[in-house]
Design a protein around this ligand. Structure first.
Ligand code: FAD
Length: 465
């Protein structure tokens, strides 16, 4: 006797939704995804993929800017000019995002998942209404993501006052870009547009940029920003943004005004949880409107799971995808490990990049974690010298006594690639001694990871013992 195939309905086709769909289909379920914008979600179409594509171009610009110091001469003698073709740059970004979304659609369709391209809403814990039909399911996953917030007195117009999703519609490089907000998204865009040639003003309400990140890393990035000519306004809260002819004026809470050609608002994300029938389905929200979930992605309603930015757990594509997969493994009765947020690796794609994993310096400083800490500047690394790289470091946190790797921070070009050995060490309970005994290539930036591991054992400061 064959058992009936379980039905799964997924609302939202970003990484939280489509990765879950793939797992459920591979486990034999009958899966329907309802998405109004396209598979890959905002991650692929407007947020993560477009911004990282932009940053690939801006990083190339930064490398070209270093060429004279590497003994190269660009055409046009002492005044080389590398321009930005904004329409071509933005067209490439959008085309790449659309192609990536298509690739995902084909992959998901090949696994037998049905896609309903429409706006949907829950009409109960086991039903989603979309496109005039009602989809009934044994299990429902909500993965509706989040949308950029605006200022109360600063509404984006898509022309000069922009959210991060509107900036790719510009037909010219912003001459003077004011970025409001110095968190991850603000810092990434400020870094990219400064490199492309915009005069950037970064408005930070806190004492330094990236206030929630490793302090040493944030200090390096702020120093690089300022050295490259960015106007960083610290302890400055933007209250209003208005158009004035062909310019924008940002008014700060102390009355100062900053004028530019464009303003980019990066003041956080609001969960997309309104008007989708959550109360009717018995799904509880927290005080900020995010869906409450446990570590296996269950909501308060039996049979209803949630994943990704709509849960506000950690707004990263990798976390959304893992929450979605875990939901399906759990819902379909597979063995499952609850999500381990302390193992999440993440990167801020400024130039240089900041990658981190595991415990933070702040937790060590607060005395919550006992750790030996070593910070090795990249400037002593031979490969860094060859590339003219002077900013950055590798930092490792290790447990006193056993030397188990607890965390790490890498500030370097392509730090997103260099963090992997430390992620593996944390996942596999490796010690700094084991990393120190691993071959790294000579010369390589990853040589600084093995060297930092050796140094922890020799000289690591016992931050807290
Ligand atoms: C500028 C920027 C850069 C980023 N860069 C990175 C990065 O480098 N690395 C990283 O890990 N993360 C990055 N992130 C975060 C990452 O994009 C999100 O964590 C990720 O998109 C979350 O995935 P999700 O599945 O929750 O939702 P989303 O990707 O937001 O997808 C949600 C989908 O649900 C659909 N939807 C919503 N409501 C409905 C409805 N009622 N009916 C039908 N469909 C609906 C939407 O149309 C959308 O397609 C970035 C975010 C921003 C803003």
């Amino acid at each position: 006797m064959t058992l009936p195939r379980p039905n799964i309905a997924i609302l939202g086709g970003g990484p939280g939704g489509y990765e879950a769909a793939l797992v459920a289909a591979q486990l034999g379920a009958d899966v329907t995804v309802v998405d109004e914008d396209g598979l890959g979600g905002a991650c692929v179409l407007t947020d993560c993929v477009p911004s990282k594509t932009l940053i690939e171009s801006s990083s190339t610009m930064t490398s070209l800017g270093r060429s004279a110091s590497l003994g190269l001469e660009l055409a046009n003698g002492a005044n080389p000019v590398v321009g930005v073709d904004a329409p071509a740059l933005n067209a490439r970004i959008k085309a790449l995002a659309a192609a990536q979304s298509n690739d995902i659609s084909e992959h998901v369709a090949a696994e037998g998942v049905r896609l309903v391209q429409a706006r949907g809403r829950l009409t109960g814990p086991h039903t989603i209404a979309a496109d005039g039909a009602v989809i009934r399911a044994d299990l429902v996953l909500i993965a509706t993501g989040a949308t950029p917030r605006a200022l109360q007195d600063g509404i984006p117009d898509g022309e000069r006052i922009l959210t991060c999703r509107q900036i790719y519609d510009l037909t010219e490089l912003p001459e003077e870009l004011i970025v409001v907000g110095s968190g991850v998204t603000g810092a990434e865009f400020a870094s990219a547009y400064q490199a492309l040639g915009s005069q950037v003003t970064l408005i930070s309400s806190r004492e330094r940029v990236l206030p929630h990140e490793d302090k040493d890393a944030a200090v390096v990035i702020e120093g690089v920003f300022r050295r490259r000519g960015m106007n960083v306004l610290s302890k400055s809260r933007a209250e209003a943004v208005h158009r004035k002819g062909d310019s924008v004026v940002v008014t700060l809470s102390d009355g100062r005004q900053v004028t530019g050609s464009h303003c980019l608002l990066t003041v956080g994300m609001a969960p997309s949880t309104e008007g989708i029938g959550l109360a009717r389905a018995g799904v509880n929200l927290d005080s900020r409107g995010f869906i409450e979930v446990d570590r296996v992605s269950r909501t308060s309603a039996p049979g209803v799971y949630a994943a990704g930015d709509c849960t506000g757990v950690l707004m990263l594509a990798s976390v959304a995808a893992m929450q979605g997969r875990i939901a399906m493994w759990h819902g379909l009765g597979e063995a499952v490990q609850p999500i381990r947020l302390s193992h999440v690796a993440s990167t801020i794609f400024t130039d240089p990049e900041i990658a981190s994993v595991g415990v933070s310096q702040a937790a060590v400083d607060r005395g919550e974690v006992a750790a030996r800490v070593v910070k090795l500047p990249l400037a002593t690394n031979p490969r860094a010298k060859m590339g003219g790289i002077r900013d950055g470091f590798v930092k490792i946190f290790a447990r006193p006594g056993t030397g188990m790797v607890l965390g790490g921070v890498v500030v370097a070009p392509r730090a997103s690639e260099l963090i992997l050995p430390l992620s593996i060490a944390i996942e596999q309970n490796l010690s700094v001694d084991q990393i120190a005994h691993t071959f790294s290539v000579y010369p390589s930036l990853s040589g600084s990871v093995t060297e930092a591991a050796r140094t922890v054992m020799e000289f690591g400061s016992d931050a807290i013992v």
